[in-house]
Design a protein around this ligand. Structure first.
Ligand SMILES: [Mg+2]
Length: 396
C-alpha cells in the first residue's frame, strides 16, 4: 500500500508523537520526554543519521612507507632537474651557433625583419640543422647523464642556456628544433634584440658562445669566458661519449703578458723573458675559469673511481716550446690546482694537424690564423677576441 501524502496529514498522529498533558497541566510533546527509552532512541537515530566521517585518504597518511613510495615515484618520474646557477656549470649558446641559420640570416639581411619573422613562422615545423656548437652541447649532455647516474641528487651539472636576440615567434621553431634533436635545453633567453650580457651575468655564466664577435667582446670585458664560433664546411666526427676541450695557452688560459713581449720584441726576447720568469706565475686569462669548472666536474668522476674513464678530457695546445717556455705554463697550472690531461708544446709548428688528431668538441684560440688553420682541417675552433694579438690579425 502506498501512502498518499494527504493520508498522513489527515490521519491520527502516531502514538509516539502524541501531545499529552503533564502533571502541571503544561502540554508536552512525546519527543520532549526525558525517559531512558527516549535517550536510547535518540542515540540510535543520531548514529543512523550521522554523516559518515571521512577517512584520511591514504595518500595523505604520513606513514614512512608512504613517504618512501612518494620519493620513489618522484625519482622515477622526475625530468632531470634544473640546477641552481651557483651549483651548475652554465654554458650559454646563441641559436646561431647551436643551429645553422644562414638561410634565415640572409632573409633578415636582404628582406628585413617583417619578412624574416614571416619566413620563420612559415617554416616553424622545419627543424634547423646542427650548427658548430651542436656537438659540444651534445657532449655536455652526455657528461650530464654520467653525472646523474653517479650523483642523482647533485646540481653540479652542465646547464645549457639558449640565448637568442630573436622575437618570441621564432621561439616556437627553436623549441621544435630542440625537441627534434632530443636536446635538453629548458632555459631560454630571448632578448628581442637587446644585449644578453646582463642575463649572462645573472646566470653566472661559465662560458658564452656566439656568432657575434661584438657580443663576445662585451662578455669578455665583463669577465665572462666567451668565444666566437664560425660555421665550417668541413667538420670531423667527434666522440659521442667523451667531451674533449682544447685550449691555447697565452691570452686564453693565461694573460697576454708573454704574448706582448713576443709581439713587441720577437721570439728570442720572448724565450729570454720566460726563462727569467720561470718561477713567476702567469696571470689568468679569459678561459681559465672554464677550465676550472671542467676540473670541478672531473674531480667528481675521480672521487667515484672513474679517473681512467672520465668523460671529460682537457688539452693544452700551445705554440710554446717545452724546454724554454713550457715550464712556466705548467708551473702556473699546477699552482692554480688545475690539471690538464694532455699538454702539447708545438714550438711554433702549426696546430691544425695536432688538433685533427685530438678531435676536440671545441678548441679556443686568441689568434684568428690558428682558428682558421684548425677549421680548415675540420676542427671546431672558437676565437677568443682578447689580448694584444687582436691588433695583429694576421700571423707575424
Ligand atoms: Mg694564444
Amino acid at each position: 500500500m502506498s501512502l498518499e501524502p494527504v493520508q498522513v496529514m489527515s490521519g491520527d498522529a502516531p502514538e509516539q508523537l502524541q501531545v499529552r498533558c503533564s502533571a502541571n497541566g503544561e502540554r508536552q510533546g512525546s519527543w520532549e520526554e526525558d525517559t531512558e527509552a527516549r535517550k536510547d532512541e535518540t542515540e540510535h537515530l543520531t548514529l543512523r543519521d550521522a554523516k559518515p566521517t571521512l577517512r584520511t585518504p591514504y595518500w595523505e597518511e604520513d606513514t614512512e612507507a608512504r613517504k618512501d613510495e612518494i620519493e620513489h615515484l618522484a625519482l622515477r618520474d622526475a625530468k632531470p632537474t634544473l640546477p641552481k646557477p651557483e651549483n651548475a656549470v652554465t654554458v650559454a649558446v646563441s641559436s646561431r651557433v647551436l643551429f645553422r641559420t644562414e638561410r634565415e640570416q640572409r632573409v633578415f639581411e636582404q628582406q628585413g625583419v617583417e619578412e624574416y619573422l614571416r619566413f620563420q613562422v612559415e617554416h616553424e615545423n622545419e627543424p634547423f640543422a646542427p650548427g658548430p656548437a651542436f656537438p659540444f652541447v651534445k657532449a655536455l649532455e652526455a657528461v650530464n647523464i654520467r653525472l646523474r647516474d653517479l650523483y642523482p641528487q647533485s646540481e653540479e651539472l652542465f646547464d645549457i642556456v639558449l640565448v637568442t636576440y630573436n622575437h618570441a615567434h621564432v621561439g616556437i621553431r627553436l623549441i621544435n628544433t630542440i625537441n627534434h634533436h632530443n636536446l635538453f635545453i629548458e632555459r631560454f633567453c630571448m632578448t628581442g634584440g637587446t644585449s644578453p650580457i646582463g642575463y649572462l651575468k645573472a646566470w653566472q655564466t661559465n662560458l658564452y658562445l656566439s656568432a657575434d664577435a661584438d657580443k663576445v667582446r662585451e662578455a669578455l670585458a665583463e669577465g665572462i669566458a666567451a668565444a666566437t664560433m664560425f660555421m665550417s664546411e668541413k667538420l670531423s666526427e667527434v666522440s659521442q661519449t667523451e667531451l674533449r676541450v682544447a685550449f691555447d695557452g697565452d691570452a686564453v688560459l693565461f694573460s697576454d703578458e708573454s704574448e706582448r713581449i713576443f709581439k713587441a720584441h720577437g721570439l728570442d726576447k720572448f724565450f729570454e723573458h720566460e726563462i727569467e720568469n720561470e718561477d713567476t706565475l702567469l696571470d689568468h686569462g679569459p678561459l681559465k675559469g672554464f677550465l676550472e669548472a671542467l676540473g670541478k666536474l672531473q674531480k667528481k668522476f675521480y672521487a667515484k673511481g672513474h679517473r681512467m674513464d672520465c668523460p671529460i678530457r682537457t688539452y693544452l695546445v700551445t705554440a710554446r716550446s717545452a724546454a724554454s717556455s713550457g715550464i712556466r705554463a705548467l708551473k702556473t697550472l699546477r699552482a692554480w690546482g688545475l690539471e690538464i690531461d694532455e699538454a702539447l708544446f708545438l714550438a711554433g709548428a702549426p696546430k691544425g694537424p695536432m688538433l685533427e688528431k685530438i678531435r676536440p668538441h671545441i678548441y679556443f684560440d686568441d689568434q684568428m690564423f690558428h682558428v682558421e688553420g684548425a677549421a680548415e682541417m675540420g676542427t671546431i675552433a672558437a676565437h677568443v677576441p682578447y689580448g694584444i694579438a687582436q691588433k695583429y690579425p694576421r700571423k707575424q
